[in-house]
Ligand binder design. Sequence first.
Ligand code: FAD
Ligand code: UDP
Length: 372
Amino acid sequence: MGKYDFLIVGAGLYGSVFAHEAKKRGKKCLVIDKRKHIGGNAYTENIENINVHKYGAHIFHTSNKKIWDYVNSFVEFNRYTNSPLANYNGELYNLPFNMNTFHQLWGVKTPDEAQAIIKSQIEKLNIKEPANLEEQALSLVGTDIYHKLIKGYTEKQWGRKATDLPAFIIKRLPVRFTFDNNYFNDNYQGIPIGGYTALVEKILDGIEIKLGVNYLSDKDYFDSLADKVVYTGMIDEFYNYKFGILEYRSLHFENEIIDSSNYQGNAVVNYTDSETPFTRIIEHKHFEFGTQPKTVVTREYPKEWKKEDEPYYPVNDDKNNKLFKLYSELSKKESKVIFGGRLGDYKYYDMHHIIGLSLKKIATLFNEPDSI
Ligand code: FAD
Ligand code: UDP
C-alpha cells in the first residue's frame, strides 16, 4: 500500500478538481507538476498588478449551471464577456460573425440584407457536402468572410492549408444575424476575480503539492507512493511514443509591459491576414476591467510542436485520432493508472469540459450517480 490513495500527475484543472473531490471523500492525495506552478494552462501570473494569462487567453464559459455554480463556489467570477475584434490588414471587424461584422463588411443594416449577400455567395460555390475546413467555412459564411476573417488566421494557427484541416474546428464559431458581439453562445461566462491561479489555489486548498517534478523521469518511484495514479500528461509520452508521436500545435508568447494605461481598448484582437506573423494580441487588464497605470500585452505566435515545446492544441485529424486510439486501447488495460485531461484524452477540451469530466470520473470511481 502506498502512502497516498492517489498520486495526481498535473496540477491543471483536471488534476486539481480530482484531488479536491477525492480529498472530500476522505482520500489522501499528492499532486505533482513538472511546472513550477499550479493551474496548468489556465495559470495566471501577477505582473504590474495585472493577472497575465501566461499560456494564452482563458475565458470561462459554460451552459451547465452545475459547473458554473461549482467554480463560483471557490471564487467569485466577474461579468467579462468575450468580444474579440479582428484586424485584417488594418481594417477592424467585430467577432464572432454577426450583424456588426456584416455592416462593417458590406454596409448592410438588416438581417435580410446580410442573409441575401451570404446566400448569393454560398450559392455560387455549389458545395454539396463540405469535406474540409475551407469548404465548411465557405458554405457557412460565404467568400468575403472566409477570405478576410478565416483563411489567414486558420492557416497561421494550424500551419496547414484550410483544405487539409477537419471541418469541426470552425463549427465552434457562432454566426448570428443579431447585433451581438458575444463570442460564446453559453449561458454563463466570466473570469475568476483575482485570476485563475486564485481559483486553483482554492481548489487545491489543504492538498499536498510538489512542483517542478517530472513523473516520467522517475515513474517507478512515484508509482510506489500511491495506490492509484491520475495522469493528465501526454498519453503518447507515457508510453514512450511506442506507436508514434501524436501531433500538437504549439505557441510562442511574447510579453511586453507598456507604459500606457490602455494599448488596444480590448482584451483580444485577432490578426486575420496571412502576412502578420502572430494570430492575436491579448491585453490582459481588460479581462478584469483593470485601471492600472501600465499594461501588459502578449503577441501569440503559432508554431509546430516539437518534443521540447508545450503541447497546446491536439491536432485531431484522422491520422492523429487513429494513432490516439491505439494508445487509448492500451490505457484501458492499466489497472493502476487513470488517464484524463486535455493531454491524456488528446481532445480539444475547454475548461468547463475538463471540470465536468473530472467530476464524472470521481462519480464513477466512488460509485456515485453522475450529477453533472
Ligand atoms: P493542463 O492545464 O495542460 O494541465 C496538465 C498539467 O500536467 C500541466 O501543468 C503539465 O505541466 C502537467 N504534466 C504533464 N506531464 C507531466 C509529467 N510527466 N510530470 C508532471 N507533470 C506533468 N479553455 C476555455 O474554457 N476557455 C478558453 O478561453 C481557453 N483558451 C485556451 C487558450 C489556449 C492557448 C490553450 C492552449 C487552451 C485554452 N483553453 C481554454 C483550454 C484549457 O486550457 C484546458 O481545457 C484546460 O486548461 C485543460 O486542463 P488539464 O488539467 O486537462 O490540462
Ligand atoms: N478562427 C478564425 N478567425 C478568427 C478566430 C478563429 O478563422 O478570427 C477559426 C480558427 O480556425 C480557429 C477556430 O476558428 O482555430 C477556433 O477559434 P477559437 O477562438 O475558438 O480558438 P481557440 O481560442 O481555442 O484558439
